[in-house]
Design a protein around this ligand. Structure first.
Ligand SMILES: Nc1ncnc2c1ncn2[C@@H]1O[C@H](COP(=O)(O)OP(=O)(O)OP(=O)(O)O)[C@@H](O)[C@H]1O
Ligand SMILES: [Mg+2]
Length: 188
């Protein structure tokens, strides 16, 4: 039975993954610098795990922890794409350089426009150069090869330089739906 955990209350102890995967997540949490890439099928718990890490890094203030859905930003800006929306996306990307702990959620779900892909390279390069004091969490459904096809080998070489964690398991979103259905049907 999956317990419902409201957004913002995810904790490391709630994450259900193998010991090998937990070891890498806990290792990044203990020393949240450099890159943690979590990739895997939809609903496997990547965003949940990223939020749990952000929620449990207590020594960082909320202002320096940014969680963003990159897919949503790109989608908002691509809808009737014009130069002002493009500037908005560009400005937004610029801010991502400085955040102490950054979670870029759902990267690659929507392919960003080419200039933003180039700009992402500069952001990740900057963050890689400062990996001793900046931490970056990326969640994506793309494996390393597909990530490299979309974002290029130089970007991938930086983002995948520390932890590259494959998320295993079933689609928890579907499981939740099935559970809810069972509860309404059979009133467990
Ligand atoms: N360990 C867990 N305990 C309880 N609920 C969980 C757990 N892991 C994930 N969930 C829930 O399952 C659903 C899917 O998880 P999540 O959004 O993290 O998947 P994802 O891998 O990021 O999927 P996508 O690739 O589609 O973005 C969410 O509603 C989330 O809250
Ligand atoms: Mg997600």
């Amino acid at each position: 039975m999956i317990k419902y955990i409201p957004e913002g209350q995810e904790k490391l102890e709630h994450i259900i993954q193998t010991d090998g995967i937990m070891e890498q997540i806990l290792s990044f949490h203990a020393n949240p610098f450099g890159f943690l890439v979590m990739h895997g099928d939809p609903g496997s718990g990547k965003t949940f795990a990223g939020r749990a890490i952000c929620n449990e890094i207590h020594h960082m203030s909320k202002e320096i922890v940014d969680q963003c859905s990159f897919a949503k930003r790109v989608n908002d800006c691509s809808d009737g794409f014009d130069k002002y929306k493009y500037y908005a996306l560009y400005d937004y990307c610029k801010d991502l350089e400085k955040v102490e702990l950054l979670m870029v959620d759902a990267l690659g779900f929507v392919k960003p426009p080419e200039p933003i892909i180039e700009y992402l390279y500069y952001i990740f390069d900057k963050r890689w150069e400062n990996k001793d004091r900046l931490g970056t969490i990326i969640t994506t459904h793309l494996n390393k090869k597909d990530f490299s096809s979309m974002f290029g080998a130089p970007t991938t070489s930086r983002t995948h330089s520390n932890f590259d964690v494959p998320f295993l398991g079933y689609d928890r979103r579907r499981l939740k739906r099935e559970q809810e259905y069972m509860i309404t049907q059979f009133k467990f």
